[in-house]
Write a protein that binds this ligand. Structure first.
Ligand SMILES: C[C@H](O)[C@H](O)[C@H]1CNC2=NC(N)=NC(=O)C2=N1
Length: 93
């Protein structure tokens, strides 16, 4: 079990371009090519499997939305922040 973060802690630790939406953290990654978005979703899935912490991945024509929460802990934890940071690192690699 991980401790849920306070709104202030979340705000302090959210990577740029990520937002809090109730008990999730959310980021939309825009792509001008649908299959680049699909490939990005695959990469996110591989990170999720490695971390054993799984986001909701919504693939749209305009881009890919990533939504993270810690289901077992009932809210946002360090695991979600770490996943967001890992996804950002891969996206910017
Ligand atoms: C049994 C439980 O599903 C697993 O421990 C993992 C799998 N991936 C998970 N992913 C997320 N986002 N939250 C979880 O609580 C979680 N739990």
């Amino acid at each position: 079990m991980a401790d849920r973060l306070s709104d202030a802690e979340i705000d302090d630790h959210l990577p740029d371009n990520w937002e809090q939406d109730d008990d999730e953290i959310v980021r939309m990654y825009e792509f001008d090519d649908y299959l680049r978005g699909v490939n990005f979703a695959q990469m996110v899935g591989e990170i999720a499997e490695a971390q054993f912490h799984h986001p909701e991945i919504i693939i749209r024509y305009s881009g890919v939305e990533i939504r993270l929460t810690s289901h077992e802990d009932g809210g946002i934890t360090d695991k979600d922040i770490e996943m967001a940071e890992l996804i950002e690192s891969e996206r910017n690699a």
